[in-house]
Design a protein around this ligand. Structure first.
Ligand SMILES: [Zn+2]
Length: 110
C-alpha cells in the first residue's frame, strides 16, 4: 500500500494522478527493493556458511584421499629393459594417467 499524506491516507487509496501518492509509491518500492536485497544477501550468506561448514566437516576425508592418491600415483615407475617391456609400461602409464584424471574430480568434489 502506497499512501501519501495528502488526505488519501484516510481513504487508504493510491491516487494515480497525485504526485504525493506517486512519490510515496516510489519510496515504498525502493524500500521493498532494499529489503529484498538484504534478505537475498542474508540467505546467500547463510547458504555460503552452510556450504563452508559442510566442507569443513568433510575436509579430513578429502585430505586423506588426496594424500592417498598422491601416494598411489607417486610410486616410482619401474625401469624397463626391453622394447616389449617399455611398450607395456607405456600402455599401463597411459591407463594410470586416465584413471588419475577420473579420480581427481571425485576427491575434489568432496
Ligand atoms: Zn495522494
Amino acid at each position: 500500500m502506497y499512501l501519501c499524506d495528502d488526505g488519501h491516507y484516510e481513504g487508504m487509496k493510491f491516487v494515480r494522478n497525485c504526485p504525493a501518492c506517486n512519490l510515496a509509491k516510489k519510496i515504498s518500492d525502493q524500500e521493498d527493493e532494499k529489503i529484498r536485497v538484504i534478505i537475498d544477501e542474508f540467505q546467500t550468506k547463510k547458504l555460503e556458511q552452510a556450504l563452508a561448514e559442510r566442507k569443513a566437516v568433510r575436509r579430513p576425508d578429502k585430505e586423506k584421499l588426496q594424500i592417498y592418491l598422491v601416494a598411489v600415483f607417486g610410486i616410482e615407475a619401474p625401469e624397463m629393459k626391453t622394447p616389449k617391456g617399455k611398450a607395456a609400461w607405456e600402455k599401463i602409464d597411459a591407463e594410470l594417467e586416465e584413471l588419475n584424471m577420473r579420480l581427481g574430480p571425485i576427491v575434489e568434489a568432496l
